[in-house]
Design a protein around this ligand. Structure first.
Ligand SMILES: C[S@@+](CC[C@H](N)C(=O)[O-])C[C@H]1O[C@@H](n2cnc3c(N)ncnc32)[C@H](O)[C@@H]1O
Length: 298
């Protein structure tokens, strides 16, 4: 616990140093994954979004054509954003709380893999969003893929985007209400938002996948508030927030759940914020959320 509290102070006062020392990519420790795996992960993310929205590949290109997109929390490389541009999006603004993006040799190979695996118009559009098509280490054209690092993790933008997405991010944000308010403000009328939320412990449980909910709020804040680890909010909190937003919810579906005995075993240990959560909600370990801001589609 003392080590966690000390490293939390480092993350609070020197976030860039903390990220470098821990080798964070947003997907785990950098050393563990090969460039081809990372490129495959980005392709899968995009396929998952399109499948959730019921879009076949051609329809996805038509859907994205000319649109402005926002991604919360791209991790260390805006690979999903680049693939969205390859599928026809005009631009993607990537907003993050931590300065994770790194144009390392490995990430240059990831971009090379994305280009090599694409063809036709998709490949042309992908290459066109690179600053230097011969050298992926030069990064992306900021007019096509913009990277905003904000200590709040919020875009601060209004009426700017037709499509907003995130994966494995909302469970990390420190102020969920503020993030959803930022998102809805930044969406144009008719815009869509899609989020995949991972409510698991991110390696911070011991015996039961839900026992990280036993730490008091104070202990959790001392150990983790500045590190971007899970905020621990359960699906009921998201439901409560989303029900009060001026949006039309299209999908709100669990991806996987804890077993009933894991829920009943952890119930007596729960910290105060989680004691009122129903068994069904407590069991949810991840979900898809899709909503639309009412109004004329842009
Ligand atoms: C687990 S990573 C996911 C990265 C990427 N979406 C992926 O699927 O690989 C979480 C991301 O959320 C970002 N993040 C954490 N807290 C945030 C906040 N309050 N606002 C915006 N992004 C945040 C992290 O910096 C990181 O980029």
């Amino acid at each position: 616990m003392l080590r966690a509290v000390a490293t939390n102070q480092l993350a609070r006062f020197a976030p860039g140093l903390y990220v470098r020392l821990t080798g964070q990519t947003g997907r785990g420790a950098a050393a563990e994954e090969a460039a081809a795996d990372v490129a495959g992960y980005f392709r899968r993310c995009v396929e998952d979004y399109f499948a959730r929205l019921g879009l076949a590949s051609d329809a996805a290109d038509a859907f994205l054509a000319g649109k402005s997109l926002m991604e919360y929390g791209p991790g260390d490389l805006p690979g999903v954003a680049a693939l969205m541009v390859a599928h026809g999006a005009e631009r993607v603004c990537c907003v993050d709380r931590f300065p994770l993006v790194s144009l390392s040799e490995k990430n240059a190979r990831v971009v090379g893999d994305l280009v090599a695996a694409s063809a036709g118009r998709e490949r042309e559009r992908l290459v066109a969003c690179l600053r230097d098509p011969a050298d992926p280490r030069a990064g992306f054209e900021p007019t096509r893929i913009e990277y905003l690092v904000r200590p709040s993790g919020l875009s601060g933008l209004t009426d700017a985007f037709d499509f907003v997405f995130s994966r494995a991010v909302l469970e990390h944000v420190d102020d969920l209400e503020a993030t959803f308010a930022d998102m809805v403000r930044a969406m144009r009328p008719g815009a869509l938002a899609i989020h995949l939320v991972d409510l698991r412990s991110h390696g911070l449980h011991r015996r039961n996948p839900l026992d990280f909910l036993a730490w008091s709020e104070t202990a959790w804040r001392w150990m983790y508030s500045a590190k971007g680890v899970p905020n621990r909010w359960r699906i009921d909190r998201y439901r409560h927030i989303v029900e009060r937003l001026p949006v039309e919810v299209l999908q709100f579906e669990a991806t996987h759940c804890a077993a009933p005995e894991q829920v009943s075993d952890v119930r007596p240990l729960l910290a105060a914020p989680f004691r009122g959560v129903s068994d069904d909600d407590l069991a949810v370990l991840g979900f898809w959320l899709v909503f639309r801001k009412p109004g004329e589609a842009p």
